[in-house]
Design a protein around this ligand. Sequence first.
Ligand SMILES: [Zn+2]
Ligand SMILES: [Zn+2]
Length: 135
Amino acid sequence: MENLTGNCLCGAVKYVATCKPIATRACWCRLCQTLAAGNATINLVFPRAEVTITGELSDFQTGAESGNKMHRKFCPKCGTHLFSEAEEKPTLIVVRAGTLTDSESIKVEGLIWTSEAPSWAQLDPEIPHLKFQTT
Ligand SMILES: [Zn+2]
Ligand SMILES: [Zn+2]
C-alpha cells in the first residue's frame, strides 16, 4: 500500500506513515468531543517508529479517561490537533484522521466511549462498539 500522509491546516506540520494503522477507531469520550468540535475523534494507531513527523509541535498534557498520561500534540501556528501519545505506551502514536491527505484511505473499525456520546450522535450500528481504549 502507499504511505499515508497528512498535514495540519497551515502545512507547517507534515507526516508520513510507512505501514497500515494497527487500529482505526472513533472515540466519543468527552475530551475528544472537545478536540473534535463536537463529534468523535477518528484515530489511527501506528507503531511510533513508522511515523515520520516534520515541523514544530506544541504539547498539551492531560489525563485520559483510561487513566493514562497523554501528550496531545498540535501545530503552534494554526492550532490543528494531529497526534496523541500515552506515556504508558511509548511505542505507539495516535494520528487524528482529519489531518490525512486522503481520508478515503481508511476505514473505522470500532467506536469507543459511546456511553459519553450525546443523544444526537450518529452511531453507526454496523460498526462494533468496543469498550474502553486509550486514544
Ligand atoms: Zn499548522
Ligand atoms: Zn477520546
